[in-house]
Design a protein around this ligand. Structure first.
Ligand SMILES: NC(=O)c1ccc[n+]([C@@H]2O[C@H](COP(=O)([O-])OP(=O)(O)OC[C@H]3O[C@@H](n4cnc5c(N)ncnc54)[C@H](OP(=O)(O)O)[C@@H]3O)[C@@H](O)[C@H]2O)c1
Length: 381
């Protein structure tokens, strides 16, 4: 109970909530005047339902520090919107936040999650642009999406088309924009050019393949050796990958001999580190750039001296949070609308597994890699 209280106070629960217990229940009410009833209705209408939430009181291994609890109602202030969450994914950055190793994270105790989609449940008295039933996503990203009801200021919410597939709407704000930005912001790519990436089975990797393909850019993809890697290769090729190699296939003296008619890539994307990052660099052309945006293997990147001297490689980094902080929120929202348009047009697809919220801990174990490789886990509330 103490935990729920702490989280609720961090959710700005109204100090006046105890007043609720002093309000008479309408069913046993004596004949109140219409005005009094109006006040009672208006007051009770501006309180969220209780929420079920995944919370953690301290940082640590996500499977041991998280639990699902019920949080009491929250007052909906005049500029607030109360959202009934529909779906939210478990992303690597959510795991890192709970572990306490992600640079931007909420103070504990906290509710997990950073993106998702919900439906407006009720709005504060000053809210004009959102109405009950609208679909919204937190944009800019906002902590605490792993709960059934969220109350936050109207400025947090971006209204989206509610004919977007729910699981795509829930996952459109982090990984697809990362893929798009990395293809646009580092090198100038023309149709016929190629790029190379590792971690190609990830959601970001799949988006990179499809966005590149739609622009005539050919992708060389590296995946790890694991059960099901042949099926994964076929899936990525169907999405538009030009070549897909497992790391072990690239244990050759000269990886470029595998390029065939593909141009040497000017851009490489790395979300794995270790050997998988070295392989990306081996493919790059003279003066090429490798952008690192993740570290799934938790292994460092090692760069040969010759890569700098003879190939003059550039090593860069990308962090969506920084991009969003340095760009206007309108630009970010337009990018999300554009990406949702690609989804609705069937031009952006990725695998997901919708999981009932009651199975949160199974979904978490899958996301932690404890049960082998699984598609992105998306909680359905
Ligand atoms: N910098 C940014 O702003 C930013 C934004 C978005 C995402 N990211 C990063 O991008 C990466 C991908 O995120 P996502 O949400 O797209 O991933 P995801 O869909 O959850 O997929 C996870 C990916 O990581 C691979 N993987 C898992 N454990 C691994 C290991 N020990 N060694 C090598 N590969 C491993 C998986 O390969 P299998 O298919 O073989 O299991 C899969 O490709 C993450 O590192 C994430 O933090 C960064």
């Amino acid at each position: 109970m103490a935990l729920a209280k702490a989280i609720v106070s961090s959710r700005t629960l109204a100090k006046s909530l105890p007043l609720l217990s002093h309000l008479p229940k309408l069913s046993d009410a004596p004949p109140y005047s219409a005005r009094t009833l109006g006040v009672i209705r208006a007051f009770s209408a501006l309180v969220s339902p209780p929420a079920k939430a995944v919370v953690y009181e301290q940082h640590g291994p996500p499977d041991s520090v998280t639990r699902v609890i019920e949080l009491p109602p929250v007052l909906v202030k005049e500029n607030d919107v109360c959202i009934r969450m529909l779906a939210a994914p478990i992303n690597p950055s959510d795991i890192n936040s709970i572990e306490g190793v992600y640079p931007v994270r909420p103070q504990v105790p906290a509710v997990g999650g950073r993106e998702g989609v919900g439906k407006v449940h009720l709005v504060g008295t000053a809210v004009k642009d959102l109405s009950p039933g609208d679909w919204v996503i937190p944009s800019p990203l906002s902590f605490g999406t792993w709960q059934t009801y969220i109350v936050k200021d109207q400025s947090v919410w971006q209204k989206i088309d509610n004919d977007s597939p729910m699981e795509y709407a829930a996952t459109i704000s982090i990984n697809p924009p990362t893929a798009l930005r990395m293809l646009e912001d580092f090198t100038s790519l023309e149709p016929g050019d190629s790029i190379v990436q590792n971690g190609a089975t990830s959601m970001v990797g799949r988006c990179v393949i499809q966005i590149a393909k739609s622009r005539g850019i050919r992708s060389i993809n590296i995946i790890r050796d694991r059960a099901g890697s042949d099926e994964a290769k076929d899936t990525l090729k169907k999405l538009g990958a030009e070549e897909v190699f497992t790391e072990s296939q690239l244990e050759v003296k000269n990886v470029k001999s595998l390029l065939g008619d593909l141009e040497e890539p000017a851009l490489g994307l790395n979300c794995v580190g270790g050997n998988a990052a070295s392989l990306v660099m081996k493919f790059l052309r003279q003066g090429g750039t490798m952008v690192t945006y993740g570290g799934m293997s938790k292994k460092p990147i090692t760069v040969s001296t010759s890569s700098f001297i003879f190939k003059d490689l550039a090593l860069r980094g990308f962090w969506l949070h920084k991009w969003m902080s340095s760009n206007d929120v309108g630009e970010s929202r337009r990018m999300i609308d554009h990406l949702l348009g690609l989804v609705r047009g069937g031009k952006l697809k990725y695998e997901m597994e919708l999981v009932p919220f009651s199975d949160f801990h199974i979904a978490l174990d899958k996301s932690l890699g404890k049960l082998g490789s699984h598609p992105k886990q998306v909680l359905k509330f």
